[in-house]
Write a protein that binds this ligand. Structure first.
Ligand SMILES: *Cc1c(COP(=O)(O)O)cnc(C)c1O
Length: 461
């Protein structure tokens, strides 16, 4: 036996390993086939080590531990609930809008049973999913027609492709937005097959900039709500009204991407104003698109409302099939939209509206309860004023006064404490300010206080 073979002979065989008491016990909890697959993979990597590193020695105990953690990792759900203590109501990285109760109930009903997704209930023949929420959306926005797709990026892509393929679409340089790290409007325009015609400058665009570029190739005028930034100072933009008038003069349709899209005027509740979809329709926009999971507070979806003829055209585009929403989306969206029919109960029943309008007293009360429960913990804890963000590219530069619990723990830095909170089950996502970990009470549901209390007791105990 040469030395290489001798070294490889240290490695145990799979069958022998499986008889080891430690793995036998693991086999009671997890499928044996998965365990042997993991063992084979780990042994292969040990073999490699043995061949390339002459100082390497195989040790059984750490090897067995490694097998256990690898197997556990396979069965650990990757998508799991988390507690939003970051105070960003529509946190894109945390799944945006939490669904309201009626939406969750509708979701369950449709998830566990068959449904009438595409059955016309009168004739019993093939129906059309696009009609499921169309009437409701028309009622809520004043539009003639509506269509739901996968998300607002898909809505934009579909509109550009349908209305302006191989033609020109005019847009202001001040409105060429990037949302998150993957939605860049110029890229979406390129993929849609339209030719983008930029007008104006970053901070100054007037209606004449658009009219100068209109020619026989122009098929669409676009206005985009700059939802996650604000240009201030020496600025000018063409209003939707001006664009609509220009469009009517030259018979060119106008698209308004409002991003978040409020169904009601938020300023009525003392919140900063966000574009109201009905107002865009009344002003004369031919198509308006927005997300389902921002201020609407529903599931991920892209919603398009507008003139009947254009909605018809969108529905006929083959791309619509590729971008369509599934039954779960329709279930949750329909129930969420229905909440807007009754403004009396909206604030109480609609989760996002509820979070937006939580009172300072309720936030303070919740904070005091948590702090009281932690009074014996060796951690410096305070109830402080702070600011919540709406997030999701809504009310970009506005923030809402809130109350937050702030923490300083002598044995850990703020970053380390925040990390420990993230490692909790369920994970708690906080933010750091002035070297203290801040837990914004606005986005912490009442029944989630107990998780925060338990986690902090464990970490500091
Ligand atoms: C958020 C946003 C989008 C992207 O919407 P998704 O639903 O995330 O695809 C597009 N345009 C504007 C103005 C937005 O605010």
């Amino acid at each position: 036996m040469d030395s290489k073979q001798k070294r490889l002979a240290q490695l145990p065989q799979v069958d022998r390993l499986m008889q080891h008491a430690f793995l036998a016990e693991l086999g009671n909890k997890f499928p044996r086939g998965i365990i042997t697959d993991v063992i084979r993979k780990e042994l292969a990597s040990c073999r490699n080590q043995l061949l390339t590193d002459t100082t390497y020695v195989f040790k059984l105990e750490p090897f067995l531990e490694k097998i256990k953690t690898s197997v556990q990792e396979i069965f650990k759900p990757k998508l799991q609930r988390a507690i939003n203590a970051a105070g960003i109501i529509l946190h894109t990285n945390m799944g945006r809008a939490p669904l309201s109760l009626t939406a969750r109930q509708a979701l369950q009903e449709v998830a566990e049973n068959y449904c009438n997704l595409e059955i016309d209930m009168d004739s019993g023949k093939r129906g059309n999913r696009h009609q499921l929420v169309e009437a409701l959306l028309c009622y809520l926005t004043g539009a003639e027609g509506a269509l739901v797709v996968n998300n607002n990026a898909a809505a934009t892509l579909l509109i550009l492709n349908t209305m302006s393929f191989s033609k020109e679409s005019i847009i202001s340089r001040g409105e060429l937005i990037t949302i998150g790290d993957s939605f860049r409007l110029p890229e979406i325009m390129r993929h849609s097959g339209t030719r983008m015609v930029e007008v104006g400058t970053t901070n100054q665009t007037v209606i004449a900039d658009y009219s100068e570029k209109i020619n026989s190739e122009t098929a669409l005028l676009i206005k985009v709500h700059t939802s996650n930034y604000k240009i201030t100072g020496f600025t000018a933009e063409a209003s939707l009204k001006e664009l609509v008038e220009l469009g009517q003069k030259f018979n060119i349709p106008v698209l308004h991407d409002v991003g978040s899209g409020a169904l009601i005027d938020l300023s009525r509740y003392g919140l900063p104003k966000e574009p109201v979809i009905r107002e865009s329709i009344e002003t004369g926009a031919d198509l308006v698109c927005f997300s389902g999971d921002k201020l609407i507070g529903g599931p991920q979806a892209g919603i398009i409302v507008g003139k009947k003829a254009f909605i018809q055209k969108l529905k006929k585009n083959q791309l619509t099939r590729a971008l369509r929403a599934g039954k779960l989306t329709y279930a949750a969206l329909e129930a969420t939209l229905r909440l807007f029919l009754d403004e009396q109960t909206l604030l109480q029943k609609h989760s996002v509206m509820n979070l937006l309008t939580r009172s300072q007293t309720s936030l303070e009360q919740q904070g005091k309860e948590i702090i009281q429960a932690l009074k014996d913990c060796p951690v410096d804890i305070e109830l402080q004023e702070g600011l919540s963000e709406v997030g999701g590219g809504s009310l970009a530069t506005e923030s809402l006064p809130t109350k937050m619990i702030t923490l300083n723990f002598a044995l850990l830095s703020a970053e380390q404490l925040a990390q420990k909170l993230r490692e909790n089950q369920p994970p708690i996502i906080s933010r750091i300010q002035n070297n203290r970990v801040c837990l914004d009470l606005r986005t912490i549901r009442h029944d989630e206080g107990k998780f925060i209390i338990e986690a902090l007791k464990k970490i500091t105990g």
